[in-house]
Write a protein that binds this ligand. Structure first.
Ligand code: ATP
Ligand code: MG
Length: 409
């Protein structure tokens, strides 16, 4: 028998219902914030992620599912959504026609990571991108929108961390300061961080192994006056609307962030980020467009569910239609369709089984009531309606059964 690929999952009910529930919460909130849905392709040119997510990121270096197709194109199965959104924004000329855009996406992302709880090779992200607004109000808006989705879904025990990574003016100074600091610790850094130290020192702080060792010891980031003013204003707008802390260790794993970055975290451990995002004011320009500010986030659906605890939704009450004789099958089948048209959850149709087999299935479906049709009933134009909890049963006319069942379920 062919087996499931490691790191991938089959998701049955009731877990699968949690996804729908979270997606519905998100869609409701996106609607009131004026975000529109962008359905992105799953496959893009590999270079899109190399250029945007960044060559030095774990995502591109180690985690990307990349392959060559029959037409010798170098492709990748998307590891994240932002590069696709920006590509679509540029390719469809929003820059010219309507540069301010608010997009959201819901879709599965793929990363060849070591599978563990809360870390899968295929997982769902719900993401938002606010393009064309450099004002701190945009930062505050997307953070509060994220909070609203998480709150609606019912996840409670999480904390919000924010930081500013400055701009192309002030980040290089900090970068150098950090390199000087980290060089003193070079011998104790993990293998990956030895490389990061030169290429992308900020990400040493994000390292799951080395990062925690530097808490409270990292050099202070000195933002330029513009970046400081921006960050102050973001905080002013958030105050009183959301609990957050400024965390100088928060640097995010992607290459394209500038200024505000943030993370929603639940619990501790290396799978604690339920959602993360930040401003990426240089990305669109780096990808060949005109300088355009933008900010966005992505939420890990499975992580938000883990944070809330999987609530099992109340099962919907259903009726089960049983046919006791071949001559009743058609009427029974038509009745099933009639009840479904009336919005009643209806099961049945196992007409090749005897009555015992059908009643057993009704039990397995956790049906609350059975509608039973035998030759007697059919001759009288009636059905037997049986309460499967109490065993009580009575006859109802075929015309009345829909109404009566409606009262019951
Ligand atoms: P992490 O530090 O946990 O590896 P990341 O920095 O790689 O996360 P992002 O690329 O910012 O994560 O993705 C946004 C969100 O997507 C994360 O905060 C997390 O909730 C979720 N996520 C990322 N990778 C996975 C994964 N392999 N399985 C499940 N969820 C994930
Ligand atoms: Mg990661």
């Amino acid at each position: 028998m062919t087996k499931l690929v490691r790191g991938f999952r089959d998701i049955f009910e009731p877990q699968s219902k949690n996804f729908t529930q979270l997606e519905n919460c998100a869609r409701d909130v996106f609607a009131v914030y004026g975000f529109s849905e962008l359905r992105l392709p799953t496959v893009e040119l590999k270079e899109l992620f190399v250029k945007s997510t960044g060559e030095t990121t774990d995502i591109v270096q180690k985690e990307m599912y990349a392959f060559e197709d029959a037409g010798h194109r170098q492709l990748a199965i998307r590891p994240e959504g932002t590069p696709g959104v920006v590509r679509a924004y540029l390719e469809n000329n929003f820059v010219q026609n309507a540069p301010v855009q608010k997009f959201y996406y819901i879709g599965n992302m793929f990363r060849a990571e070591r599978p563990q709880a809360g870390r899968y090779r295929e997982f769902e992200q719900i993401g938002a991108e606010y393009i064309g607004n450099s004002a701190p109000a945009a930062d505050a808006e997307v953070i509060l929108m994220l909070k609203e989705i998480v709150a609606r879904f019912g996840a409670k025990n999480y904390s919000v961390k924010i930081n500013s990574l400055g701009c192309d003016k002030c980040r290089p100074l900090y970068r150098q300061k950090l390199i000087d600091f980290l060089k003193q610790e070079k011998d104790t850094l993990c293998e990956n961080c030895q490389v990061r130290l030169e290429k992308n020192p900020l990400r040493v702080l994000d390292c799951k192994i080395d990062g925690p060792r530097f808490i409270g010891r990292v050099p202070q980031f000195e933002l330029c006056p513009e970046c400081q003013a921006h960050f102050d204003e973001v905080q002013r707008l958030l105050k009183g609307k959301i609990d957050f802390v400024v965390d100088p260790m928060l640097v995010r794993g992607l290459d394209y962030y500038s200024r505000t970055v943030f993370e929603f975290q639940a619990g501790d451990g290396s799978q604690n980020a339920i959602a993360a995002g930040g401003r990426y004011d240089s990305l669109i320009k780096n990808m060949g467009g005109p300088a355009t500010p933008a900010i966005g986030w992505a939420m890990g659906a499975e992580r938000v569910m883990l944070a809330r605890g999987e609530s099992t939704p109340e099962p919907v009450k259903s009726v089960y239609v049983v046919s006791m004789d071949k001559s009743c099958n058609e009427t029974a089948f038509n009745l099933m369709q009639q009840l479904r048209q009336a919005g009643i959850r209806t099961e049945g149709g196992l007409f090749d089984k005897n009555i015992k087999g059908q009643m057993k299935q009704a039990d397995r479906c956790c049906a609350a009531h059975a509608v039973i049709l035998g030759t007697d009933e059919l001759a009288a134009g009636e059905v037997t309606l049986k309460n499967l909890q109490t065993g009580e049963q009575h006859r109802v006319s075929l015309e009345q059964v829909e109404n009566e069942v409606k009262q019951l379920v």
